[in-house]
Design a protein. Sequence first.
Length: 347
Amino acid sequence: MKEISRRSLWVGYGQMGRALALSPASGWLRKAGVVETQYSVLARASMELGLNGDQIFAGVPEGINRCKPQVVVINTPSEFHYAQAATALRAGAHVLVAKPAVSTLLQFERLLGLAKKNRRKVAVGQQLRFNRHYRAVATLIASGELGRISHLHFLNSKPRPDPLNLGSMPHPAMLEMGCHHFDALFSLLPRAYPHAIMARGYKPTWSRYAANSMIDACIDLSGGVRVLYHAGFDAQAACYELRIEGTKGVLRVRGEHMSASNFIYEIAPRSGNFTEVDLESQVPPGTAWALFMEHLRNWLAGGKEPSFSLRNNLKIFALLQAGIESIDRSRPVNLVGNKKYQRLFET
């Protein structure tokens, strides 16, 4: 494999940023500096990553000017993503940014334009599609055992009573959870494209969120596939169920959360009874981040563009924005034939 530059600047050293920075999966990225606003966090990053005082920074421009990174890894609240990623691209660095990549359609278009203009690559932290669970289900669908897929139930909500940085976000469930769910959905149906969505946002009586912490939606995909979707942060207990109906049979998966590893898989033939099966033994092991980072490493070395490139996140982000529009306007939103969304796909 062609050698690539490994010098990296890490923007944000919170839970996710720290976990990835310390993971063996990112070992090929040499940590040249960290940007953080909290002194205690900077001190911890300096100690854990072996950085000196000249390698810790309070701002992105300073960190880029001093470190001269080839890769900037951004794990900050999503409202900061666009400005930080744009600064990195203008400085000539590749970018790995946490999901959602940006907050608006306009920001998405501009970031795509900056990446193209500066001939740099932008990756979005959509690692959950590489969980063994989704790889196993995708393998089953591709085998044709279920026949042509007709519809899916995708239910995934969890209790997160303390909103933390999501407390003031206008659409926390859609932006912060839906982005992973929609990517997982398209990992199972890679040729599908979003056609329409009707979404409803709401808050339970016990919610501490300022805005809609829960979502229910109906989604139409190309090929006549229908999706019944439920997600959110205010469930009283963990909820995960994936049901995939095809012309030959049904797959039912139950568990706690999409990122857990204790799923129960059951298959029923058409008009038959469910039987428990072991799907995961049919796919090779490997952690989500390890597989993600290996794909990223190959891409930066001139290999195939991965599923998590900014360009390949178009249909995910378009569906997110259409879902938000549907919630705000209390009506279905078509993506097909809608200039607002078609323009994004033509960028």
